[in-house]
Ligand binder design. Structure first.
Ligand code: UD1
Ligand code: UDP
Length: 383
């Protein structure tokens, strides 16, 4: 029996964990024991528990309840509490997803306890170390023993950063194994799409059944923490809504909601209030989000997950940033870098709306079986 401690904490990690835990339970019961540790980085019902319920994830064994805080406080609190759990559980591996502070904390603690790390979503780089996620994923990759990367662009970075790519077992922190796997988020999108469209009521509850709408999300610090950028974003949404007579569904991350309520963002808030076609709602559940993505005419987002899901559901997408850690999205004409300037956002929307029915979405994120490959590879590497 292999014992794996999985660390989750932020919304997308809970969603990612669903794909892997499904394979553990359905195909490796009796061979893998998974101990789930939720750091408590995200804690609101609609940022955490809703995903356990909807995505059929077993309830976590531990909740470290660290909550929100500065980068240092949050990361340190996770480290201290996680060390206790790892001392008690003595796992064969620590499994980490993505690039949040929960990922960083897990990587530092496990590496110093000589617990081999499995990193899923390795090699993602935006070539920008002012981005907190970039720092987190660089550390995690370099402390990992098994790295699973989604697309070829990651391999370029891993090569550049000196990872051995010959994959000669046994794998350990000084001789990591590096494997192309496809995107586990794509696994989930395929798995839950039919159910999402059957059960979700969000579109109908907004009176938008059979009406075209855009879906927009924004939560990156670079956008939320700079009033001029947040204002530019919502002015862009407003301009696109008016130019195309398009409703916008905007499931706001709590970070964005809180900042929009502050005095320095009063103008942005006023733009949202003034246009009845801009519908701000709370964070959507995963099934609601999948229904929104598959029903949208256009998606605007700064989310790493949502920009890829737009592609999975074959939707034109404007990235609300000057960069993306997923450069392959830009190669097929369906995804544009829109920044946060209203004029540029409108120009991107005009460009995409003109060609939206003739866009192509070649498969670049695997075959929907990434999780099966990952778990089989872990078993094989373990010997
Ligand atoms: C974090 C990740 C980011 C990821 C995002 C996914 C880091 C550094 N960032 O960003 O990579 O894309 O999660 O959503 O780890 N809040 C609540 N309720 C919650 C959670 C958060 O109100 O349940 C509010 C708090 O005011 C908090 C703020 O949101 O201070 C930011 O939360 P935090 O987890 O620090 O970062 P995210 O912006 O969510
Ligand atoms: N998501 C969700 N509800 C929302 C916004 C996003 O369920 O209101 C899902 C989305 O479909 C994707 C994941 O959360 O699967 C992406 O997470 P997020 O945007 O929080 O973070 P990122 O991917 O940027 O790290």
């Amino acid at each position: 029996m292999i014992k794996i401690v999985t660390v989750i904490g932020a919304r997308p990690q809970i969603i990612k964990a669903a794909a892997i835990t499904r394979v553990f339970r359905q195909q490796y019961a009796g061979q893998i024991e998974e101990i789930m540790v939720h750091t408590g980085q995200h804690y609101d019902q609609n940022m955490s528990q809703v995903f356990f319920d909807e995505l059929e994830i077993p309830q976590e064994h531990y909740n470290l309840q660290v909550g929100s805080g500065s980068h240092a406080k949050q990361t340190a609190a996770i480290m201290v509490a996680l060390e206790e759990v790892l001392l008690k559980e003595k796992p064969d591996y620590l499994l980490l997803y993505g690039d949040t502070n929960s990922t960083l904390a897990g990587a530092v603690v496990a590496a110093k306890m000589f617990i081999p790390i499995i990193h899923i979503e390795a090699g993602v780089r935006a070539e920008n170390k002012t981005n907190p996620e970039e720092l987190n994923r660089i550390v995690c990759d370099h402390y990992a023993s098994l790295l699973f990367y989604y697309t070829d662009s990651a391999l370029v970075y891993l090569k550049k950063e000196g990872f051995p790519l010959d994959n000669k077992a046994p794998f350990h922190i000084n001789n990591p194994g590096v494997f192309l796997c496809g995107d586990i988020m794509y696994d989930n999108s395929l798995y839950f799409r039919e159910k999402a469209n059957r059960v979700s009521t969000t579109i109908a509850s907004l009176g938008l059944t059979d009406k075209p709408f855009a879906l927009a999300t924004a939560h990156r610090d670079i956008n939320t923490d700079k009033p001029e950028r947040l204002l530019g974003l919502v002015q862009g949404f407003d301009a696109i809504s008016k130019a195309f007579d398009l409703d916008f569904i905007i499931p706001l991350h709590p970070r964005t909601t809180k900042l929009l309520q502050s005095a320095e963002n009063a103008e942005a808030n006023a733009v949202l209030q003034a246009n009845p076609k801009l519908h701000c709602i709370g964070p959507a559940s995963y099934l609601d989000m999948v229904a929104l993505e598959s029903g949208a005419t256009l998606i605007l987002t700064d989310s790493g997950g949502v920009q890829r899901e737009a592609y999975f559901f074959e939707k034109p997408c404007i990235i609300l940033n000057e960069e993306t850690p997923w450069p392959e999205l830009l190669e097929h004409g369906s995804t544009l870098l829109g920044s946060t300037q209203p004029e540029q956002l409108l120009a991107c929307a005009e460009q995409l709306m003109a060609v939206k029915d003739s866009l192509h979405y070649p498969p670049i994120f695997g075959d929907g079986k990434a999780a099966e490959f990952i778990v089989a590879t872990i078993m094989e590497s373990h010997g």
